[in-house]
Design a protein around this ligand. Structure first.
Ligand code: GTR
Length: 388
């Protein structure tokens, strides 16, 4: 006789809207000591730093900023890419601290024949191995579409700073530049390291005359989207943060019991977070933050949240609700957005500057459709800023 034992995990993920239950989000505009925040100034002085620290201690860890030296080396330059439409630069970014260095190597594509400086996308890239897999047709990184829209684009290969691996993530920036962070309970972890890497790319952009460093858009897909949002929260040179289906621990409300949970994500990807985060597994209501607060840290800069209708793991509705719940902070800066209670229909872009959202048909991925929405959003946002 064969004995079949079916085991159901104790806390399986839920996909039934009727079982989501009620939750109460932590107050955005009340400090931990109960003080009400009424102005952008108060937000900047007390609540914003408090929320940043709560995310550092409970979710992502710190992002150290100190180093002794940063150097940029142009390794290759080709002005005749894509039939003369683009210039390709291969740049090595060398960062030194306490006599140890790491190198981030990036491929930057800049449109030719347009007025410089141009705005630039940075992709926090955990999927494509540098230029090898880069072709104009690749929807994840559609260079030609981006270039012909007047934007530069560069990728951060996350393994240059922290491998996406449970133990090996410490081998680059952590072991070499910030070894003291490894032992610290709220020290930098992989998602923070990826954001740190994107910031070093911005350091380079500030020296490249063809790039407008006041118009930097950081975009990431899924785990890259989580890192993009955390990067934007930390580094205020990020003008636009784009979360492509970042889901749990990205743009999605953690307290909303739908799709991936803190229990699942901390079990599968412990290296993304500080150990403290796992104590909120199946206990999200005790988190001192929720992800609408992460989106709010972008204010008054722009933030875009994208979902895919079949990507229930990332909880499209939970991501939309987080964006809507972040609005009070943007209001403090005079942006009177008024997002509807329900998500826009699939494939319809919602732009209420400085916020943007879409939920496209299909699965978990970053596609040409998504890129076209991002470009349109950035066009609108930067145009409005210049008109002001
Ligand atoms: C999944 C993870 C998600 C998301 C995704 C991805 O396995 O559970 O949170 O980050 O990977 O990066 O594609």
């Amino acid at each position: 006789m064969v004995l079949l034992i079916l085991t159901t995990p104790l806390y399986a993920q839920n996909y039934d809207e009727s079982k989501v239950g009620n939750y109460l989000l932590p107050e955005l505009l009340t400090t931990q000591t109960g003080k009400k925040i009424n102005s952008a100034k108060e937000w900047e002085q007390s609540r914003r730093p408090e929320i940043l620290k709560l995310f550092e201690d409970n979710v992502y860890g710190q992002v150290p900023r100190d180093f002794d030296k940063i150097e940029f080396k142009l390794l290759e330059e080709n002005h005749n890419l894509l039939n003369g439409k683009a210039t390709h630069k291969k740049v090595a970014i060398n960062v030194t601290r306490n006599k140890k260095s790491i190198t981030i190597q990036t491929d930057l594509f800049i449109p030719n024949n347009v007025k410089k400086p141009v705005p630039a996308f940075i992709i926090i890239n955990h999927r494509l191995a540098k230029t090898k897999e880069l072709s104009p047709e690749n929807e994840f990184w559609p260079v030609e579409t981006i270039i012909t829209s007047g934007y530069a684009v560069a990728g951060l290969d996350v393994s240059d700073v922290a491998a996406d691996h449970k133990t090996e993530y410490v081998d680059q920036v952590l072991a070499k530049l910030y070894p003291e962070q490894i032992e610290q309970p709220n020290g930098m972890r992989a998602l923070g390291a990826w954001g740190w890497g994107a910031s070093r790319m911005i350091d380079y952009f500030e020296t490249d005359k063809s790039i407008d460093a006041r118009k930097i858009i950081v975009v990431g897909h899924s785990r890259g989207g989580k890192a993009a949002l955390w990067c934007g929260a930390q580094d205020r040179r990020v003008a636009v943060a784009i979360s492509n289906e970042s889901g749990n621990s990205g743009a999605k409300i953690s307290r909303r019991n739908f799709g991936e949970t803190v229990e699942i994500i901390t079990r599968n990807f412990p290296h993304w977070f500080v150990p403290q985060y796992a104590t909120f597994a199946n206990n999200e209501n005790e988190l001192p933050v929720d992800q609408h607060m992460l989106l709010a840290l972008m204010a008054p800069r722009a933030v875009y949240v994208a979902s895919a209708a079949e990507d229930l793991w990332a909880d499209p509705k939970g991501q939309y609700l987080a964006l809507a719940a972040a609005q009070p902070v943007f209001k403090l800066y005079g942006y009177n957005t008024n997002l509807p209670d329900t998500m826009p229909p699939n494939n319809e872009q919602l732009i209420q500057l400085p916020l943007g959202f879409h939920n496209r048909d299909g699965k978990h991925d970053m596609l040409l459709f998504d890129w076209k929405q991002y470009i349109k959003f950035a066009d609108n946002y930067f145009k409005k800023k210049t008109d002001k």
